[in-house]
Structure formats: structure tokens, C-alpha cells
Design a protein around this ligand. Structure first.
Ligand SMILES: Cc1cc2nc3c(=O)[nH]c(=O)nc-3n(C[C@H](O)[C@H](O)[C@H](O)COP(=O)(O)O)c2cc1C
Length: 207
């Protein structure tokens, strides 16, 4: 038997409500994208494990070339180890990453061996699909974190060998990216510095 509320839903209303729902999702996602920013200051507040698990789930569900999923996410929440990893993201050439120590948790993304199809594609097309895949997964993670009220910053400047030895990463694998995650120390939104859409978009031909 139909529920009373459903009895009055005509197909037109149903379609309208589905479209409406889709548009809302589009707005919600764009708003999250617009307000995500690299966070370089964190307060000393522990993170609920469920929040990190949801971010990891968002990353796990990312698309990848040939569904290769060439990644492993190492969650670093042990304070002493976390500080040692943080030290490995800063040096004299780029002293900018000192803030990494403030984050209560770090995620180290290790590039795993791609599957055979993706590897074949990389060789034939001379394109490092695994790096693209990791970038997408990292952004999934960061957007989910933002939706959870957390701040993140991707860190590509790191001492790979140091991190490998701290985390027992096998010699033939590379820690490619670190993501800092925690509660931001400020909720002030910076102005986005981006090329204009005219500069980066063209239709039907390169210009
Ligand atoms: C692959 C990659 C590596 C990055 N490495 C660093 C880094 O080592 N240190 C840092 O402070 N920010 C790093 N960032 C953050 C960028 O500086 C930042 O995304 C960019 O300036 C745009 O600012 P927004 O994220 O606030 O919009 C990195 C971002 C990406 C995507």
C-alpha cells in the first residue's frame, strides 16, 4: 500500500524534485570547492576518528586510470612520529612548511605499483597516470575534510628518503604527497588567486 504522502506525487512533480535535488547538489559542491583553501595554521584539538575515516573513504572512492588505485594512505597520529615527519617537509630551500607540525594528523600518500593496464598505458602514452590518480584522490580527501569542518594542506615538498625510513616504506615505493589535517586556527577565507576562465578555457580549438 502507498504511503499517504507518496499518493499525490505525480510523475512531473517527481521529475521536478529530482532535477531540483541535482541542482542543489551542484551548488553545494561548488560552494565547497570555492571555500576550500590550504590551511597553514591549526588549533590543538583532537580529531574524531570517524571524520578521518570518511575522508579516507572519499579518497578510496576516487577514480584512477584503469581503476589502478595506485595508492596507500598512511595515517600519522602518533605525536612524536608526526613531528619527525613534519621536520622532513621543511628545509633551508623551502622553510615555508614549518606549520606542518601544528597539524594533529598527517596523511602520507605512497605511490603503489599501478596495475598492468595502467602501466602499459603509461609506457605507450608517456604519461604518469599514477601521479594524476594520486592528485585526484588527494583532492577528494581534502574536499571531504572541508565538508567535515576540517582544514587541510597538500605538501609536495618533502624529503622522501627520510620519510621512507621513518615509515618503513619499501625502497621501490615513493611517498609522493602529505596532507595535513586538523581544525583551522582561523576561518577567514583568502581571496582565490586564479587565472580567469577566459585565460584557461577555449572551445573547439586551442587558442
Ligand atoms: C601537488 C601540490 C603540492 C603542494 N605542496 C605544498 C607545500 O609543500 N607547501 C605548502 O605550503 N603548500 C603546498 N601546496 C598548496 C598550494 O600552495 C595551494 O594549493 C595553492 O597555492 C592554491 O591555494 P589554495 O589551496 O589555498 O586554494 C601544494 C599543492 C599541491 C596541489
Amino acid at each position: 500500500m502507498l504511503q499517504p504522502a507518496k499518493r499525490f506525487l505525480s510523475p512531473t512533480i517527481l521529475i521536478f524534485s529530482v532535477i531540483n535535488n541535482i541542482m542543489d547538489k551542484g551548488e553545494i559542491l561548488l560552494d565547497l570547492i570555492r571555500t576550500r583553501q590550504s590551511v597553514r595554521g591549526y588549533i590543538n584539538k583532537p580529531l574524531a576518528p570517524e571524520k578521518i575515516i570518511r575522508c579516507l573513504e572519499a579518497a578510496r572512492l576516487s577514480p584512477s586510470a584503469c581503476n589502478s588505485q595506485p595508492w596507500k594512505f598512511i595515517v600519522i597520529d602518533e605525536p612524536a612520529l608526526k613531528n619527525e615527519i613534519a621536520d622532513a617537509t621543511s628545509d633551508k630551500i623551502l622553510p615555508l612548511n614549518h606549520f606542518v607540525k601544528q597539524a594533529p594528523v598527517l596523511i602520507v600518500i605512497v605511490m603503489e605499483k599501478p596495475n598492468i593496464l595502467s602501466k602499459f598505458g603509461e609506457l605507450v602514452k608517456d604519461k604518469k597516470f599514477s601521479l594524476i590518480d594520486i592528485g585526484i584522490a588527494a583532492e577528494h580527501f581534502c574536499l571531504q575534510a572541508h565538508a567535515e569542518g576540517l582544514g587541510t594542506c597538500m605538501i609536495g615538498w618533502l624529503k622522501e628518503e627520510k620519510i621512507k625510513s621513518l615509515l618503513n616504506i619499501p625502497k621501490n615505493k615513493r611517498p609522493i604527497l602529505i596532507i595535513t589535517i586538523g581544525y583551522p586556527s582561523s576561518d577567514k577565507l583568502r581571496k582565490k588567486i586564479r587565472k580567469t576562465s577566459d585565460e584557461i578555457t577555449c572551445y573547439n580549438s586551442y587558442r
